[in-house]
Design a protein around this ligand. Structure first.
Ligand code: NAD
Length: 389
Protein backbone atom coordinates (compact mmCIF):
# COMPACT_ATOMS: atom_id res chain seq x y z
CA UNK A 1 0.00 0.00 0.00
CA UNK A 2 1.58 3.26 -0.99
CA UNK A 3 1.12 6.74 0.36
CA UNK A 4 -1.12 7.96 -2.47
CA UNK A 5 -3.49 5.10 -1.79
CA UNK A 6 -3.35 5.91 1.93
CA UNK A 7 -4.29 9.53 1.40
CA UNK A 8 -7.07 8.61 -1.01
CA UNK A 9 -8.31 5.84 1.29
CA UNK A 10 -8.60 8.28 4.15
CA UNK A 11 -10.83 10.29 1.86
CA UNK A 12 -12.80 7.19 0.89
CA UNK A 13 -13.28 6.15 4.50
CA UNK A 14 -14.45 9.61 5.46
CA UNK A 15 -16.77 9.77 2.49
CA UNK A 16 -18.26 6.42 3.53
CA UNK A 17 -19.02 7.85 6.95
CA UNK A 18 -20.37 11.16 5.67
CA UNK A 19 -22.66 9.23 3.34
CA UNK A 20 -24.63 8.20 6.44
CA UNK A 21 -27.69 10.46 6.55
CA UNK A 22 -27.22 13.44 8.82
CA UNK A 23 -29.27 13.65 12.00
CA UNK A 24 -32.89 14.60 11.55
CA UNK A 25 -33.20 18.32 11.63
CA UNK A 26 -29.50 18.86 10.97
CA UNK A 27 -29.88 20.23 7.46
CA UNK A 28 -32.76 22.42 8.54
CA UNK A 29 -30.93 23.72 11.57
CA UNK A 30 -27.75 24.52 9.69
CA UNK A 31 -27.81 28.12 8.55
CA UNK A 32 -28.13 28.05 4.78
CA UNK A 33 -27.28 31.08 2.74
CA UNK A 34 -26.70 32.49 -0.71
CA UNK A 35 -23.89 31.12 -2.89
CA UNK A 36 -21.61 34.01 -1.89
CA UNK A 37 -21.80 33.38 1.87
CA UNK A 38 -21.22 29.75 2.78
CA UNK A 39 -23.28 27.56 5.02
CA UNK A 40 -22.16 28.04 8.62
CA UNK A 41 -21.98 25.28 11.18
CA UNK A 42 -23.18 26.39 14.60
CA UNK A 43 -20.50 25.35 17.07
CA UNK A 44 -20.80 25.06 20.83
CA UNK A 45 -17.55 24.92 22.80
CA UNK A 46 -17.38 23.07 26.10
CA UNK A 47 -14.27 23.74 28.22
CA UNK A 48 -13.17 27.37 28.31
CA UNK A 49 -9.67 26.91 29.75
CA UNK A 50 -6.23 27.28 28.23
CA UNK A 51 -6.71 25.72 24.80
CA UNK A 52 -10.01 27.51 24.15
CA UNK A 53 -7.91 30.69 23.86
CA UNK A 54 -6.28 29.16 20.77
CA UNK A 55 -9.34 27.46 19.25
CA UNK A 56 -11.64 30.48 19.49
CA UNK A 57 -9.56 32.85 17.30
CA UNK A 58 -9.20 30.10 14.66
CA UNK A 59 -12.94 29.35 14.64
CA UNK A 60 -13.70 33.08 14.59
CA UNK A 61 -11.81 33.34 11.28
CA UNK A 62 -13.34 30.18 9.79
CA UNK A 63 -15.94 31.06 7.15
CA UNK A 64 -17.83 27.82 7.82
CA UNK A 65 -18.15 28.23 11.60
CA UNK A 66 -20.28 30.30 13.89
CA UNK A 67 -19.58 29.84 17.60
CA UNK A 68 -23.00 30.22 19.19
CA UNK A 69 -22.46 28.93 22.72
CA UNK A 70 -19.81 28.35 25.37
CA UNK A 71 -19.88 26.18 28.46
CA UNK A 72 -17.67 25.53 31.48
CA UNK A 73 -18.32 24.07 34.92
CA UNK A 74 -16.31 27.06 36.11
CA UNK A 75 -18.96 29.46 34.75
CA UNK A 76 -16.77 32.55 35.08
CA UNK A 77 -14.47 31.05 32.43
CA UNK A 78 -17.31 30.65 29.92
CA UNK A 79 -18.47 34.15 30.73
CA UNK A 80 -14.99 35.61 30.22
CA UNK A 81 -14.51 33.89 26.84
CA UNK A 82 -18.02 34.97 25.81
CA UNK A 83 -17.08 38.59 26.47
CA UNK A 84 -13.68 38.22 24.81
CA UNK A 85 -15.04 36.61 21.62
CA UNK A 86 -18.47 38.18 21.51
CA UNK A 87 -20.42 34.93 21.96
CA UNK A 88 -23.98 35.56 23.15
CA UNK A 89 -24.75 32.37 25.06
CA UNK A 90 -22.83 30.72 27.86
CA UNK A 91 -23.77 27.90 30.20
CA UNK A 92 -22.50 26.31 33.45
CA UNK A 93 -22.95 22.64 32.45
CA UNK A 94 -23.70 20.38 29.48
CA UNK A 95 -27.39 19.92 30.39
CA UNK A 96 -27.99 23.67 30.24
CA UNK A 97 -25.94 23.91 27.05
CA UNK A 98 -27.91 21.15 25.30
CA UNK A 99 -31.19 22.73 26.43
CA UNK A 100 -30.03 26.19 25.35
CA UNK A 101 -29.45 27.80 21.98
CA UNK A 102 -29.35 25.10 19.23
CA UNK A 103 -25.98 24.10 17.76
CA UNK A 104 -24.69 21.51 15.29
CA UNK A 105 -21.17 20.66 16.48
CA UNK A 106 -19.84 20.22 20.01
CA UNK A 107 -16.18 21.22 20.31
CA UNK A 108 -14.95 19.44 23.42
CA UNK A 109 -11.98 21.16 25.10
CA UNK A 110 -12.48 19.87 28.64
CA UNK A 111 -10.25 17.79 30.93
CA UNK A 112 -9.11 14.59 29.17
CA UNK A 113 -11.01 12.37 31.63
CA UNK A 114 -14.34 14.11 30.86
CA UNK A 115 -14.20 13.65 27.07
CA UNK A 116 -15.90 10.24 26.78
CA UNK A 117 -18.99 11.09 28.86
CA UNK A 118 -19.46 14.57 27.35
CA UNK A 119 -18.97 13.31 23.79
CA UNK A 120 -21.60 10.64 24.49
CA UNK A 121 -24.11 13.23 25.77
CA UNK A 122 -23.64 15.34 22.66
CA UNK A 123 -23.91 12.40 20.23
CA UNK A 124 -27.05 11.19 21.99
CA UNK A 125 -28.49 14.69 21.50
CA UNK A 126 -27.78 14.40 17.75
CA UNK A 127 -24.74 16.72 17.69
CA UNK A 128 -21.58 16.18 15.69
CA UNK A 129 -18.48 16.17 17.85
CA UNK A 130 -14.91 17.41 17.52
CA UNK A 131 -13.04 16.20 20.59
CA UNK A 132 -9.65 17.20 21.88
CA UNK A 133 -7.55 14.13 22.53
CA UNK A 134 -8.38 11.54 23.64
CA UNK A 135 -11.93 11.09 22.32
CA UNK A 136 -12.63 8.60 25.15
CA UNK A 137 -10.80 7.09 28.10
CA UNK A 138 -10.52 3.60 26.62
CA UNK A 139 -10.53 2.12 23.16
CA UNK A 140 -13.75 0.20 23.91
CA UNK A 141 -15.52 3.38 25.03
CA UNK A 142 -14.29 5.22 21.91
CA UNK A 143 -15.38 2.31 19.65
CA UNK A 144 -18.83 2.37 21.20
CA UNK A 145 -19.09 6.13 20.70
CA UNK A 146 -18.05 5.93 17.05
CA UNK A 147 -20.42 3.03 16.32
CA UNK A 148 -23.20 4.96 18.02
CA UNK A 149 -22.39 8.12 16.01
CA UNK A 150 -22.54 6.17 12.75
CA UNK A 151 -25.93 4.63 13.72
CA UNK A 152 -27.21 8.05 14.83
CA UNK A 153 -26.07 9.66 11.57
CA UNK A 154 -23.71 12.17 13.14
CA UNK A 155 -19.95 12.59 12.90
CA UNK A 156 -17.25 12.19 15.53
CA UNK A 157 -13.65 13.28 15.10
CA UNK A 158 -10.69 13.44 17.48
CA UNK A 159 -7.54 15.56 17.69
CA UNK A 160 -4.74 15.84 16.79
CA UNK A 161 -4.65 17.25 13.27
CA UNK A 162 -0.98 16.47 12.49
CA UNK A 163 -1.80 14.54 9.28
CA UNK A 164 -3.11 17.81 7.82
CA UNK A 165 0.27 19.56 7.74
CA UNK A 166 2.05 20.05 4.40
CA UNK A 167 5.18 18.59 6.01
CA UNK A 168 3.30 15.38 6.82
CA UNK A 169 2.10 15.15 3.20
CA UNK A 170 5.61 15.84 1.95
CA UNK A 171 7.11 13.08 4.11
CA UNK A 172 4.37 10.68 3.06
CA UNK A 173 5.11 11.42 -0.59
CA UNK A 174 8.85 10.76 -0.20
CA UNK A 175 8.09 7.41 1.41
CA UNK A 176 5.53 6.64 -1.28
CA UNK A 177 7.92 7.36 -4.07
CA UNK A 178 10.62 5.18 -2.52
CA UNK A 179 13.06 8.10 -2.08
CA UNK A 180 14.41 6.55 1.14
CA UNK A 181 14.58 2.99 -0.18
CA UNK A 182 13.33 0.28 2.17
CA UNK A 183 12.33 1.95 5.45
CA UNK A 184 13.61 0.21 8.54
CA UNK A 185 13.11 2.49 11.49
CA UNK A 186 11.61 5.71 12.73
CA UNK A 187 11.84 7.73 15.92
CA UNK A 188 9.77 10.61 17.29
CA UNK A 189 9.86 12.54 20.55
CA UNK A 190 7.91 15.29 22.25
CA UNK A 191 8.11 16.64 25.74
CA UNK A 192 8.09 19.72 27.91
CA UNK A 193 8.26 20.43 31.62
CA UNK A 194 4.58 19.69 32.19
CA UNK A 195 1.46 21.85 32.53
CA UNK A 196 1.07 23.85 35.75
CA UNK A 197 -2.52 25.08 35.28
CA UNK A 198 -4.62 21.93 35.78
CA UNK A 199 -4.28 18.76 37.84
CA UNK A 200 -6.04 16.45 35.38
CA UNK A 201 -2.85 16.05 33.34
CA UNK A 202 -1.36 14.12 36.28
CA UNK A 203 -4.47 12.22 37.46
CA UNK A 204 -5.60 8.71 36.48
CA UNK A 205 -6.16 8.46 32.69
CA UNK A 206 -4.04 11.58 32.23
CA UNK A 207 -0.29 11.50 31.63
CA UNK A 208 2.16 12.46 28.95
CA UNK A 209 0.92 9.80 26.51
CA UNK A 210 -2.61 11.13 25.83
CA UNK A 211 -1.41 14.73 26.12
CA UNK A 212 1.88 14.66 24.18
CA UNK A 213 2.76 11.19 22.84
CA UNK A 214 -0.57 11.20 20.96
CA UNK A 215 0.91 13.60 18.34
CA UNK A 216 3.88 11.38 17.52
CA UNK A 217 1.76 8.21 17.57
CA UNK A 218 -0.64 9.83 15.08
CA UNK A 219 2.27 10.90 12.86
CA UNK A 220 4.07 7.55 12.79
CA UNK A 221 0.90 5.48 12.33
CA UNK A 222 -0.16 7.99 9.67
CA UNK A 223 3.12 7.42 7.84
CA UNK A 224 3.58 3.67 8.37
CA UNK A 225 0.09 2.38 9.05
CA UNK A 226 -1.55 0.46 11.88
CA UNK A 227 0.53 -1.14 14.62
CA UNK A 228 0.16 -4.88 15.20
CA UNK A 229 2.05 -5.08 18.50
CA UNK A 230 4.14 -2.98 20.86
CA UNK A 231 6.38 -3.07 23.88
CA UNK A 232 6.61 -0.11 26.20
CA UNK A 233 7.80 1.22 29.51
CA UNK A 234 6.44 4.14 31.47
CA UNK A 235 7.20 5.62 34.87
CA UNK A 236 6.71 8.70 37.01
CA UNK A 237 9.81 10.83 37.31
CA UNK A 238 8.31 13.69 39.33
CA UNK A 239 5.97 12.29 42.01
CA UNK A 240 4.59 15.67 43.10
CA UNK A 241 3.61 18.74 41.10
CA UNK A 242 2.58 22.26 42.02
CA UNK A 243 -0.66 23.23 40.30
CA UNK A 244 -1.80 26.87 40.11
CA UNK A 245 -5.19 26.49 41.79
CA UNK A 246 -4.51 23.36 43.86
CA UNK A 247 -1.05 23.66 45.36
CA UNK A 248 1.02 20.47 45.59
CA UNK A 249 -0.63 17.28 44.24
CA UNK A 250 0.53 13.66 44.01
CA UNK A 251 1.11 12.51 40.44
CA UNK A 252 -0.87 9.34 39.58
CA UNK A 253 -0.28 9.09 35.83
CA UNK A 254 3.00 8.41 34.01
CA UNK A 255 5.09 11.45 33.12
CA UNK A 256 7.70 9.54 31.11
CA UNK A 257 7.01 6.98 28.37
CA UNK A 258 8.79 4.97 25.66
CA UNK A 259 7.12 2.74 23.09
CA UNK A 260 8.48 0.45 20.35
CA UNK A 261 5.82 -0.30 17.75
CA UNK A 262 5.79 -2.99 15.02
CA UNK A 263 3.72 -1.77 12.09
CA UNK A 264 1.38 -4.25 10.42
CA UNK A 265 1.95 -3.92 6.69
CA UNK A 266 5.70 -3.49 6.41
CA UNK A 267 8.82 -4.17 8.41
CA UNK A 268 9.11 -0.75 10.05
CA UNK A 269 9.86 -0.63 13.77
CA UNK A 270 9.16 2.80 15.19
CA UNK A 271 9.95 4.33 18.54
CA UNK A 272 8.31 7.14 20.45
CA UNK A 273 9.30 8.89 23.65
CA UNK A 274 7.36 11.56 25.46
CA UNK A 275 7.25 13.11 28.90
CA UNK A 276 6.61 15.99 31.24
CA UNK A 277 10.26 16.31 32.29
CA UNK A 278 11.85 17.58 29.08
CA UNK A 279 13.69 20.88 29.10
CA UNK A 280 13.61 22.57 25.70
CA UNK A 281 15.76 25.69 25.32
CA UNK A 282 13.60 26.71 22.34
CA UNK A 283 10.43 26.88 24.43
CA UNK A 284 7.14 25.15 23.88
CA UNK A 285 6.69 26.15 20.25
CA UNK A 286 10.25 25.12 19.40
CA UNK A 287 10.79 28.34 17.41
CA UNK A 288 14.31 28.40 16.00
CA UNK A 289 14.76 24.69 16.64
CA UNK A 290 17.03 23.16 13.99
CA UNK A 291 17.07 19.62 15.29
CA UNK A 292 14.48 17.05 14.27
CA UNK A 293 11.75 15.55 16.43
CA UNK A 294 10.77 12.90 13.88
CA UNK A 295 13.47 10.88 12.06
CA UNK A 296 13.02 8.17 9.46
CA UNK A 297 15.80 5.99 8.12
CA UNK A 298 15.78 3.79 5.05
CA UNK A 299 18.26 1.82 2.95
CA UNK A 300 18.77 4.74 0.55
CA UNK A 301 18.06 7.87 2.53
CA UNK A 302 17.04 9.52 5.73
CA UNK A 303 14.46 12.18 6.47
CA UNK A 304 14.00 14.46 9.48
CA UNK A 305 11.10 16.68 10.48
CA UNK A 306 12.35 19.98 11.93
CA UNK A 307 10.19 21.43 14.70
CA UNK A 308 7.34 19.47 16.26
CA UNK A 309 4.89 17.50 14.14
CA UNK A 310 2.15 19.83 15.45
CA UNK A 311 4.20 22.89 14.43
CA UNK A 312 6.64 21.78 11.73
CA UNK A 313 9.19 24.09 10.09
CA UNK A 314 10.58 21.87 7.33
CA UNK A 315 11.89 18.47 6.31
CA UNK A 316 15.60 17.60 5.89
CA UNK A 317 16.54 14.84 3.49
CA UNK A 318 19.82 13.14 2.54
CA UNK A 319 19.90 10.24 0.08
CA UNK A 320 22.41 7.97 -1.60
CA UNK A 321 21.87 10.04 -4.77
CA UNK A 322 22.30 13.35 -2.93
CA UNK A 323 24.26 12.94 0.28
CA UNK A 324 24.24 16.62 1.20
CA UNK A 325 21.27 17.24 3.50
CA UNK A 326 18.73 19.59 1.94
CA UNK A 327 15.74 21.24 3.55
CA UNK A 328 12.29 21.07 1.94
CA UNK A 329 8.66 21.95 2.79
CA UNK A 330 9.44 25.09 4.78
CA UNK A 331 6.06 26.70 4.03
CA UNK A 332 3.34 26.01 6.60
CA UNK A 333 0.68 26.80 3.96
CA UNK A 334 -1.52 28.09 6.75
CA UNK A 335 -1.46 24.84 8.74
CA UNK A 336 -2.18 25.33 12.46
CA UNK A 337 -2.38 22.52 14.99
CA UNK A 338 -5.62 23.99 16.33
CA UNK A 339 -7.36 23.87 12.96
CA UNK A 340 -9.24 20.57 13.50
CA UNK A 341 -12.56 22.05 14.64
CA UNK A 342 -12.52 24.55 11.76
CA UNK A 343 -11.66 21.76 9.29
CA UNK A 344 -14.64 19.67 10.41
CA UNK A 345 -16.95 22.71 10.16
CA UNK A 346 -15.81 23.03 6.55
CA UNK A 347 -16.46 19.32 6.05
CA UNK A 348 -19.96 19.51 7.52
CA UNK A 349 -20.74 22.62 5.47
CA UNK A 350 -19.26 21.58 2.13
CA UNK A 351 -18.60 17.83 2.23
CA UNK A 352 -14.83 18.37 1.90
CA UNK A 353 -13.30 15.55 3.95
CA UNK A 354 -10.31 16.29 6.18
CA UNK A 355 -7.50 13.70 6.34
CA UNK A 356 -8.12 13.33 10.07
CA UNK A 357 -10.37 10.34 10.65
CA UNK A 358 -11.96 8.83 13.70
CA UNK A 359 -10.79 5.23 13.06
CA UNK A 360 -7.19 6.48 13.05
CA UNK A 361 -7.77 8.40 16.32
CA UNK A 362 -9.28 5.25 17.86
CA UNK A 363 -6.25 3.18 16.86
CA UNK A 364 -4.01 5.80 18.47
CA UNK A 365 -6.13 5.54 21.63
CA UNK A 366 -5.68 1.76 21.66
CA UNK A 367 -1.91 2.25 21.36
CA UNK A 368 -1.98 4.52 24.42
CA UNK A 369 -3.95 1.93 26.37
CA UNK A 370 -1.67 -0.89 25.18
CA UNK A 371 1.37 1.11 26.29
CA UNK A 372 0.00 1.31 29.83
CA UNK A 373 -0.74 -2.43 29.74
CA UNK A 374 2.71 -3.31 28.47
CA UNK A 375 4.20 -1.46 31.44
CA UNK A 376 1.74 -2.97 33.94
CA UNK A 377 2.11 -6.56 32.66
CA UNK A 378 5.75 -6.44 31.55
CA UNK A 379 5.03 -7.94 28.13
CA UNK A 380 4.42 -7.31 24.44
CA UNK A 381 0.80 -6.34 23.64
CA UNK A 382 -1.08 -7.28 20.44
CA UNK A 383 -3.48 -4.63 19.11
CA UNK A 384 -6.96 -5.42 17.79
CA UNK A 385 -7.89 -2.18 16.04
CA UNK A 386 -6.82 -0.98 12.64
CA UNK A 387 -7.68 1.77 10.17
CA UNK A 388 -7.68 2.00 6.40
CA UNK A 389 -4.15 2.71 5.28
N1 NAD B 1 -3.51 23.86 26.74
C1 NAD B 1 -2.97 23.50 25.58
O1 NAD B 1 -2.02 24.13 25.10
C2 NAD B 1 -3.52 22.33 24.82
C3 NAD B 1 -3.05 22.11 23.52
C4 NAD B 1 -3.58 21.08 22.78
C5 NAD B 1 -4.55 20.28 23.32
N2 NAD B 1 -4.99 20.47 24.61
C6 NAD B 1 -6.03 19.58 25.15
O2 NAD B 1 -7.20 20.36 25.39
C7 NAD B 1 -7.91 19.83 26.51
C8 NAD B 1 -8.08 20.91 27.56
O3 NAD B 1 -6.80 21.35 27.98
P1 NAD B 1 -6.58 22.77 28.65
O4 NAD B 1 -5.12 22.95 28.76
O5 NAD B 1 -7.38 23.80 27.95
O6 NAD B 1 -7.18 22.50 30.11
P2 NAD B 1 -7.80 23.58 31.10
O7 NAD B 1 -7.82 22.95 32.44
O8 NAD B 1 -7.12 24.88 30.94
O9 NAD B 1 -9.29 23.73 30.57
C9 NAD B 1 -10.26 22.70 30.69
C10 NAD B 1 -11.59 23.35 31.04
O10 NAD B 1 -12.62 22.37 30.96
C11 NAD B 1 -13.53 22.65 32.02
N3 NAD B 1 -14.30 21.42 32.29
C12 NAD B 1 -13.87 20.27 32.85
N4 NAD B 1 -14.88 19.38 32.94
C13 NAD B 1 -15.96 19.99 32.42
C14 NAD B 1 -17.31 19.58 32.25
N5 NAD B 1 -17.74 18.37 32.63
N6 NAD B 1 -18.18 20.45 31.68
C15 NAD B 1 -17.77 21.69 31.29
N7 NAD B 1 -16.50 22.13 31.46
C16 NAD B 1 -15.61 21.29 32.01
C17 NAD B 1 -12.65 23.08 33.17
O11 NAD B 1 -13.38 23.80 34.16
C18 NAD B 1 -11.62 23.94 32.46
O12 NAD B 1 -11.97 25.30 32.41
C19 NAD B 1 -7.12 18.61 26.97
O13 NAD B 1 -7.63 17.48 26.31
C20 NAD B 1 -5.72 18.90 26.48
O14 NAD B 1 -4.97 17.71 26.29
C21 NAD B 1 -4.49 21.50 25.38
Amino acid sequence: MNRKQFISRLGTLGAAIVAVPLATGYAASTATSSSSSPKKIRAGIIGCGSVSGVYLPHLAKCRYADVVSLCDIKPERAERRAREFNVKNHYPNIDAMLAGVPFDLLVNLTDMQAHGQLNRRALEAGKHVWSEKPMANTYDEGRELLDFAIRRGVRLWGAPAVVESPQFSFMAKQIDEGKLGRIAAAHAHYGHQGPHWSAFFYEKDGGSLPDLGVYNISTLTGLFGPVKSLVAMTNTVTPERKIDDRGVIRVEAEDNAMIIMAHEKNSVLSHIQCGFNYFDPYGHAGTGQERPTVSIVGSEGNMHLIGYDWMPFGVDIATVANERTQRFATDSQGFKWEEGASAVCECLATGKEPKINAEHALHVLEIIEATRRSQAEGRRIQLKSTFNF
